[in-house]
Design a protein around this ligand. Structure first.
Ligand SMILES: Nc1ncnc2c1ncn2[C@@H]1O[C@H](COP(=O)(O)OP(=O)(O)OP(=O)(O)O)[C@@H](O)[C@H]1O
Ligand SMILES: [Mg+2]
Length: 303
């Protein structure tokens, strides 16, 4: 039952550990069938927020609804609406891939025949058929992560939480997992993921929130966030093509000319420039630096 149009609705959520305000009033809303990426550095509070939304820990203040159910008052209903793939592998190393899925399927109430069928489907979907009979301790990082996701999908749930799904994976494994996450979206699931990878948020997410210092310091579509950083970024490169600085500009001729005049006066004559569109890196640096220094200057962001 969906009491709201949003799959996830968060209002002024707070969590404190001792003197530390880990979450300092988080509000956000995730539309059904979309991917929402929470982007933040180590210790930003990403896992804390996922644990609160998946009912593993209780907030100190504020409220949140998942698929219309309150995370505190309707905890049981929330648990029936979600699946969680945690930051650290939750599969049993000694069991095989197939045995891990079968165990979860039986715990979830499937019959032995139903469990075997579900395991076969998931092993196929996550390209683990060849490794199905091998113990997980022999798996690569990418295989473990795919198995983790497969295990969390044993029961079909509308809302999926993925805490840093691709951390530590190589580019090929990361892209394979991105495809699998996009397929889950195509099936109509709502996906809330955390990441430290700007490219991941940029590639996957319909909407991104940047979490820094316990607050969401910027949120929007990847395009709108990049647009907020500026029209064009001027990169300064030395004669070895090493990046010296990246300076955001509005992209207007007057602004670019003035910036170039200042840079020409400050750097050696063999310094070269490249003009490019803002990247998610620029967004991240700009907004996390702004949060750390409330009255920032451009130098500090991009030095
Ligand atoms: N149970 C706890 N007791 C005390 N402090 C905690 C607890 N859990 C988290 N913290 C603190 O809250 C802050 C946020 O932690 P959290 O794990 O949510 O960050 P994160 O964004 O997931 O980081 P990472 O990218 O490293 O996974 C950290 O400073 C952490 O030390
Ligand atoms: Mg974490």
């Amino acid at each position: 039952m969906n009491a709201t149009a949003s799959a996830i609705e968060v209002r002024d959520l707070r969590k404190r550990y001792g003197a530390q305000n880990v979450l300092n009033g988080i509000s956000l809303s995730v539309a059904q069938g979309t991917i929402y990426a929470l982007l933040g550095p180590n210790g930003a509070g990403k896992t804390t927020l996922i644990h609160i939304l998946s009912t593993l820990i209780v907030p100190d203040g504020g409220s949140a609804r998942i698929d219309g159910h309150d995370i505190v008052a309707d905890r049981q209903a929330v648990r029936q609406s979600i699946s969680l793939t945690g930051q650290f592998a939750a599969v049993d190393e000694v069991l095989t891939g197939r045995e891990n899925i079968l165990m979860m399927a039986r715990l979830s109430g499937l019959t032995p025949a139903g469990a075997r069928q579900r395991a076969a489907e998931l092993l196929r979907r996550f390209e683990l058929e060849d490794a199905a009979a091998k113990r997980v301790k022999t798996y690569s990082g990418g295989m473990r992560r795919r198995l983790d996701l497969a295990v969390s999908l044993v029961v079909n749930r509308p809302v999926l939480f993925l805490d840093e799904p691709t951390t530590g994976l190589d580019t090929v494994s990361r892209r394979a997992l991105w495809d699998m996450i996009l397929q889950l979206k195509q099936q109509g699931r709502t996906i809330f993921l955390t990441t430290q990878y700007l490219e991941e948020a940029d590639q996957l997410a319909d909407e991104i929130a940047v979490l820094s210092g316990g607050s969401i310091v910027a949120a929007g579509t990847p395009e709108s966030l990049k647009a907020r950083v500026g029209g064009e970024v001027i990169e300064l490169r030395d004669r070895h093509d090493e990046l010296i600085r990246a300076v955001p500009t509005s992209g207007r001729v007057q602004d670019v000319r003035q910036t170039l005049n200042e840079l020409a006066a400050a750097y050696p004559p063999d310094t070269r420039i490249v003009i490019r569109k803002p990247s998610m890196d620029d967004v991240f640096l700009a907004f996390t630096a702004q949060a750390a220094h409330p009255s920032p200057d451009k130098e500090a962001f991009f030095a």
